[in-house]
Design a protein around this ligand. Structure first.
Ligand code: SF4
Length: 229
C-alpha cells in the first residue's frame, strides 16, 4: 500500500480526487494497447478528430500505401486525400511523411522501440523534435507504450483539473502538463490511471457546457462546485 505524506493541500486534493474516481470507476492495467509506431501516428491523426474518424483515416492510409516506407514516399496530395476522415489532413499528411522520413533515416527502419531505454525527459525531447508531435502526443506515447512517468493532459483532463482547482483557470494544456505531474507520485501506473479516470469523468460527468455535478463524487473537493452552488 502506497503511503503518502502530503506536502501541500493541492497534492492531497489530487490524491483524494484520484482515489474517489478509482472507486467510482475501476483501476486499469497499464499494458500497451498498440504498437509504438501505430500509437505515435494514430495520436498525430487524433488531434481534434473522433476515434472512429482517426481509425478510418489510419486504415485508409494503410490500405492505399501498404507500409511505413510507402506512406513516407507517398505524394503528399494523395496522402492528404487518404487522411480525409481526420481533420486538417493537409497539415497531418506532410507532418507524418516528415516524421517517418526522420525516424527511418535515423533508426534504419520504422521503429521507435529505442525509447524504452531512454529516460523520460530525453524521450520527450526526441519525440517533440519530430514534425507535428507536441507535448500531449509525446507524453501519451511514452506513458502508454513505454510506461514512462509522464502525464498526458488532453482536453478532458485539463477541464476537470481546472474545475477542481488543481490548476488555475488561465493555465493552458501545455502548462498543465508541468503543473499536474508534480502533484502525483511518479509511478507510471498511477499517472496512467489518473489520466484515464479524469478523462472518463470529463466525458461522462464533468462534461463541456453544464457539468453533471449532481452525479459527481468530487463535489466537496471541487472549486467550481463551491463557487456555483
Ligand atoms: S463537482 Fe461538477 S464541476 Fe466539479 S468535478 Fe464534479 S462535475 Fe465537475
Amino acid at each position: 500500500m502506497l503511503q503518502l505524506e502530503f506536502e501541500s493541500p493541492l497534492k492531497e486534493k489530487a490524491w483524494e480526487s484520484y482515489q474517489r474516481l478509482l472507486r467510482d470507476q475501476y483501476e486499469r492495467e497499464l499494458t500497451p494497447r498498440r504498437d509504438p509506431m501505430r500509437e505515435l501516428i494514430s495520436t498525430m491523426l487524433s488531434h481534434r478528430t473522433t476515434h472512429a474518424n482517426e481509425e478510418a483515416a489510419y486504415n485508409r492510409m494503410w490500405e492505399r500505401f501498404g507500409s511505413w516506407e510507402g506512406i513516407r514516399d507517398a505524394p503528399v496530395d494523395e496522402l492528404t486525400e487518404a487522411l480525409k476522415p481526420a481533420t486538417f489532413p493537409e497539415v497531418k499528411a506532410p507532418n507524418i511523411k516528415a516524421a517517418l522520413s526522420r525516424i527511418i533515416a535515423e533508426r534504419g527502419s520504422a521503429t521507435i522501440d529505442f525509447l524504452a531505454e531512454l529516460p523520460a525527459a530525453e524521450g520527450m525531447r526526441w519525440l517533440m523534435s519530430l514534425p507535428g508531435v507536441g507535448l500531449k502526443t509525446a507524453s501519451l506515447v511514452l506513458l502508454f507504450c513505454f510506461a514512462k512517468p509522464v502525464l498526458p493532459v488532453d482536453t478532458h483532463v485539463h477541464r476537470v483539473s481546472q474545475r477542481l482547482g488543481l490548476i488555475g483557470a488561465k493555465v493552458d494544456p501545455t502548462a498543465a502538463h508541468a503543473l499536474l505531474l508534480p502533484l502525483l507520485p511518479p509511478e507510471p501506473h498511477i499517472l496512467y490511471n489518473f489520466h484515464v479516470t479524469l478523462l472518463r469523468h470529463g466525458q461522462r460527468v464533468c462534461v463541456w457546457g453544464t457539468p453533471r455535478c449532481g452525479a459527481c463524487v468530487l463535489r466537496d473537493l471541487c472549486d467550481w462546485y463551491q463557487a456555483h452552488s
